[in-house]
Design a binder for this molecule. Sequence first.
Ligand SMILES: *Cc1c(COP(=O)(O)O)cnc(C)c1O
Length: 400
Amino acid sequence: MKRKVKFVDPAKLYSMIKDDIDAAYFEVMSKGDLIDRGQLRQFETNLAAFVGTKYAVGLNSGYDALHISLRAAGIGPGDEVIVPAHTFVATCSAVVNVGATPVLVDVGKDFNIDCDKVEEAIRNRQSAVGGRRSPIKAIIPVHLSGYMADMVRVMEIAEKYNLIVVEDACQSLGSSMVKQRSAVSSQQSAISQNPISDGRKLMAGAWGLTGCWSFYPFKILGGYGDGGAITTDDPDVALFARRMRYNGEDRETGEYHGHGFTCLLDNLQAAFLDVKLRYLPQWIKKRKSIAERYRSALSDISDLLLPHYVDSRRDHVYQNYTIRSKQGNAFSDYLKEHGVEVLTQFRKPYYRHEALKLEDRGFPETEALSREVCSLPMNEEIDDDEVEYVISVVRKFYGG
Ligand SMILES: *Cc1c(COP(=O)(O)O)cnc(C)c1O
């Protein structure tokens, strides 16, 4: 019989936590609690506590979280917003859909935005407008695959150039970074009085004006349908999001505070997500142990680049275990032919899709990694022998 290892297996995960999920379902159904009820508020409270922010506001998707964040920040026509060239398209679409202009910046070897190139892009725009303040108003760092962008540098750049920071943390719930300058990039003491580098550990989603979350089923915290949230310390932003998700309405007074949207996180999804959030810390441990097995079994293959980085400030939670293979499609096709489901996001960078009308200014790292990326099965429901099988297929491809 041909073996098959799924990329994710939602039905299997359900069977592992069935009692808790069923209890949440029966509670919601028997009370008839459908819209904006206790389960939503409970989940918001627990999510904010987990991330370490004052507020969390449940929304319909990660896209909505980005969109509402930009609106809360007052970003609109005439403004420019820095986004990575390598990310899910929603990061960029949110910028376009508020009427602003995305400024794409290449990523580094860790798949996250390259901060040297961010500064370069800002300086280029400044000189293009004759030394006046550049129209770049905000930056959306994306924490890809479970590993944070270098937020210490992002926050330093944001302070220097007066930028609003909206974190696209959709792939990185649970990851963190210590607020400390990297030893190589700075002659000064790495820990300082400066609040940007005071040595404290901060979770993804707790750095910027907002952290944006997606609970799409295949994210590290996935619902049984679409879902998303904003985390923030800013009471005005939280209030704005609460109103805008409900067509601009203040639920207590009935007053409309603007033309809003319908993008509230469903109460039933919130109840499910609250169950899964309780499991997340142990699931992250399992993900890290799988990553360690992949590392120890595959790190000798010189044509593979594995996602293990030397920066001790940052903690990888492995929403995805994305490797790079010099053999690109030949490698990923071989895995698929041998029953290993893999993800190759994204073979075609989003800025190359003609209908999006984005300028391809040449992003060498994004171009190179797009040909090579391949995410191996990584989830909390996978068995040891499935991981072994994945490893054996990868090794067989490389002739051993
Ligand atoms: C999933 C994802 C989004 C969008 O989330 P949805 O809930 O699907 O709208 C945005 N950015 C990144 C990096 C994502 O991975």
